[in-house]
Design a protein around this ligand. Structure first.
Ligand code: 5GP
Length: 178
């Protein structure tokens, strides 16, 4: 069972649900007058967070997904490739990117740049987790579920070698698994 690999639970399922309710009401308030909001889930990690968060968004929104991959071993920061693009046009629209975690910040900084280049009117970010101590570029999420220390976490969408995404909470793996 995957739960046997977990050393400690950092954020419980109950805490995540509660926080999604709060984030949902902030988003409802902030986007009250926005027409046509597009929620963009960044695959694969954002899947459970997106599913939980949209339950508490009462606005007329569309959802879409995209996937990006960073090139390993290249020295240039922000060299990412879109491996699945949006089905929807972003031209003139307000976007809210839904991310699992902002770590170095490179992914969201680059995705924001790409989406503005494609004509998005406004691009904001909601991230379940934030690791501010690891930031390498100047970017912040607009809505954050939980700030965490510099520790590698899995669960609720976050993987280690593509595993553990289906854990219903955020946890830290036992040391011997690395
Ligand atoms: P950034 O571009 O901000 O450095 O990285 C964002 C991506 O790195 C996240 O979407 C996530 O896939 C991965 N990542 C960063 N920190 C962690 C972590 O603690 N655990 C896991 N599983 N993935 C992480």
């Amino acid at each position: 069972m995957i739960k046997d690999d977990i050393k400690k639970v950092l954020v419980s399922e109950k805490q995540i649900v509660e926080r999604c309710k709060q984030l949902g009401s902030e988003i409802n308030e902030d986007y009250r007058d926005t027409k046509d909001l597009l929620l963009v889930g960044i695959l694969k990690g954002s899947l459970p967070f997106m599913a939980e968060l949209i339950k508490y968004i009462e606005l007329d929104v569309e959802i879409d997904f995209m996937a990006a991959k960073s090139y390993q071993g290249t020295e240039s920061l922000g060299d990412i490739k879109i491996v699945k693009d949006l089905d929807t046009s972003v031209m003139g629209r307000d976007l809210l990117l839904v991310e699992d975690i902002v770590d170095t910040g490179i992914t969201i900084k680059e995705l924001k740049r790409l989406l503005y280049n494609k004509g998005a009117r406004d691009v904001k970010v909601v991230s379940l987790l934030d690791k501010p101590s690891r930031r390498q570029v100047d970017v912040e999420a607009d809505y954050i579920g939980f700030q965490i220390e510099n520790e590698f976490v899995v669960g609720f969408g976050l993987d280690y070698n593509q595993k553990y995404r289906n854990l219903p909470y955020i946890g830290v793996l036992k040391d011997e698994l690395y």
